[in-house]
Design a protein around this ligand. Structure first.
Ligand code: ATP
Ligand code: MG
Length: 440
C-alpha cells in the first residue's frame, strides 16, 4: 500500500466475527452495575488538557509520557487517557453532586495512551469503569470491590487475585514521603531520570515506575501501611472485615500505589498471572481529594476501571462462554421480480417481530442464493418462484436437519413460522439436556 492508510500502531479493529464477545462483556458489566444502583454516563472523548494535568497528576506516566494532545485554535485538548477525570468533571458541571448521594455512574469508553504497544497494552483501549461519589464509609469501598468481583465472576473468569492496599491520606502521607525520600536519596544515582525528578515532587510515583532498575530498588522501600494515621488504618481494617463477611478473598499488597495521583486510602487491583506482564484486569480505589481539587465541595469518592481487551484475552484463554452470535433466522431465495417483492414484504413483517430475515440483494441465481444461505448459517430457508406464487404455498427448510415442511404463503406465514421456530428451539434445548454437546 503506497498510501499510508493502515491502522495506526497500538489500535485494533473489532470485527463482526468477534463483536459478540464485546457484547457479552458489556452486557454483563452493565447489568451487574445496574443491579448495584449505578446508571450509565457518557462523556466527551476529549477534554481540556488541564483537566488531566490537575487530576491524573503532573508526575504520573500518563501525563508525562502518554497523553495525546492537540492544539486547536490555541486551546489544548487531550484525548481522554482514562474515564474518572471526565466523569467527575461532568458530575460537577451538571450539578449531579447536589442530588441524592451517593451518586453512582458507570461508563464504557475508549481511552488513549501513547504507550509501547504489546499484548494487552494498546494506544487505544477500552474500559468499563464506574465512580461512586458522596460516601466516605468503608462499606462503599466494599460495595465497589464486590461489584468488580461480581462482574469478573459472572464473566466466568478464574484464578484472578484481588490485591488491596491503603495509601493513606495527605496527613499520613507527609511522614511517609519523608521516609521514601530518604530511602531513595541514598540510591539516587541508580534511579531513572524521571524518578530522580519525582524524588522531590512525588516520591510515591517511584514505586510505580516500570523501569526494572527502579523496581528493584523499590523492593525494599518503606511501606505506607506502617505510616497510616488512625482514621486511615481504621478504614482499612473495616474494609477487610467487610470483604471477609462477603467471603471475598484478598491479599494485602503494600506495593500497590496505582498509576494515577488522585488516589487516597483504599487502592485495589484484580490480577491474573495467566496473560504475562499485562495481568491487571481491573484497578481502582478511593480518591477523596479529587472533587475538591477540581473546584467542587469536598466530597469523598471512589471507583474502578477494567480493561476490556485484557478481560477478553483472559476469557479467550480460559475458554469462557460468550453470547451466541445472532444468525440469519430465515433466508428467502427468490426467482423473479414478483417473488422478490413478496420476500421483501414478508421479511419486513418478520423483522418487526424481531427475526433476522434476509433475501437476495445482488441478483444471484437460485443455486448461488442457497450457497450463500448455507454460508451465513441461515436457520430456515424458503424458495419463492413462479410456482410458489401460483399455488400460494412454499416449502420451508430446516437447514440443520435438511427437513422440509409446506406452509402457506399468506397472512398466516409469520404465525406459522414462529411456531416452527419455537419448536426448533425447544428441540435444541431437549437435545442439550439429553447430553448433546452445545457450544456457544
Ligand atoms: P498498568 O499498570 O497495566 O499500566 P494502569 O495502572 O495504567 O495499568 P489504570 O489507569 O488503572 O491502569 O486503568 C485501568 C485498567 O485499564 C487497567 O487495569 C488495565 O486493565 C487497563 N489498561 C490500562 N492501560 C491500558 C493499555 N494501554 N492497554 C490496554 N488496557 C489498559
Ligand atoms: Mg499504565
Amino acid at each position: 500500500m503506497s498510501l499510508n492508510i493502515k491502522r495506526p500502531n497500538g489500535t485494533e479493529d473489532i470485527l463482526p466475527s468477534d463483536v459478540h464477545k464485546w457484547h457479552t462483556v458489556e452486557k454483563i458489566a452493565r447489568e451487574t452495575a445496574e443491579s448495584f444502583g449505578f446508571s450509565e454516563i457518557r462523556i466527551p472523548t476529549f477534554e481540556n488538557t488541564e483537566l488531566f494535568q490537575r487530576s491524573v497528576g503532573e508526575t504520573t506516566d500518563v501525563v508525562q509520557k502518554e497523553m495525546y494532545t492537540v492544539i486547536a485554535k490555541e486551546t489544548k485538548f487531550t484525548l481522554r487517557p482514562e474515564g474518572t477525570a471526565g466523569t467527575i468533571r461532568a458530575m460537577l458541571q451538571n450539578g449531579l453532586l447536589n442530588e441524592a448521594l451517593p451518586q453512582r455512574v458507570y461508563y464504557i469508553l475508549s481511552c488513549f495512551r501513547h504507550e509501547r504497544p504489546q499484548a494487552g497494552r494498546l494506544r487505544e483501549f477500552h474500559q468499563f469503569g464506574l465512580e461512586m461519589a458522596g460516601s466516605a464509609e468503608p462499606s462503599a469501598d466494599a460495595e465497589v470491590i464486590s461489584l468488580a468481583k461480581n462482574i469478573l465472576d459472572r464473566l466466568g473468569l478464574k484464578n484472578i487475585e484481588l490485591y488491596i492496599n491503603s495509601i493513606g491520606c495527605p496527613k499520613c502521607r507527609s511522614e511517609y514521603h519523608k521516609a521514601l525520600r530518604s530511602y531513595f536519596s541514598e540510591r539516587k544515582e541508580n534511579l531513572c531520570d524521571t524518578c530522580i525528578e519525582r524524588l522531590e515532587k512525588n516520591p510515591m510515583r517511584i514505586l510505580d515506575c516500570k523501569s526494572p532498575v527502579c523496581q528493584e530498588i523499590a523492593k525494599n522501600a518503606p511501606v505506607i501501611l506502617d505510616y497510616l494515621c488512625e482514621d486511615c488504618s481504621g478504614h482499612f481494617e473495616k474494609l477487610k472485615k467487610y470483604l471477609a463477611n462477603l467471603k471475598i478473598d484478598f491479599k494485602v499488597n503494600p506495593k500497590i500505589v496505582r498509576g494515577l495521583d488522585y488516589y487516597t486510602k483504599t487502592v485495589f487491583e484484580f490480577v491474573t498471572t495467566e496473560i504475562g506482564a499485562q495481568g491487571t484486569v481491573c484497578g481502582g480505589g478511593r480518591y477523596d481529594g479529587l472533587i475538591e481539587q477540581l473546584g467542587g465541595k469536598s466530597t469523598s469518592a471512589l471507583g474502578f476501571a477494567m480493561g476490556i481487551e485484557r478481560l477478553l484475552i483472559v476469557m479467550d484463554k480460559q475458554k469462557c462462554d460468550f453470547m451466541t452470535p445472532k444468525k440469519c433466522d430465515i433466508y428467502f431465495a427468490t426467482m423473479g421480480e414478483n417473488a422478490l417483492e413478496k420476500a421483501m414484504n414478508i421479511s419486513h413483517e418478520l423483522r418487526d417481530f424481531g427475526y433476522r430475515a434476509e433475501f437476495d440483494l445482488i441478483g444471484r441465481g437460485i443455486k448461488a442464493q442457497m450457497k450463500y444461505a448455507n454460508k451465513i448459517g441461515a436457520v430456515f430457508t424458503v424458495v419463492i418462484g413462479d410456482n410458489e406464487l401460483e399455488t400460494g404455498k412454499v416449502k420451508i427448510k430446516d437447514m440443520e436437519k435438511g427437513t422440509e415442511i409446506e406452509i402457506a404463503l399468506d397472512d398466516k406465514f409469520r404465525i406459522n413460522f414462529e411456531s416452527l421456530y419455537f419448536n426448533k428451539m425447544m428441540d435444541s434445548i431437549d437435545d442439550t439436556e439429553i447430553g448433546g454437546n452445545e457450544n456457544g
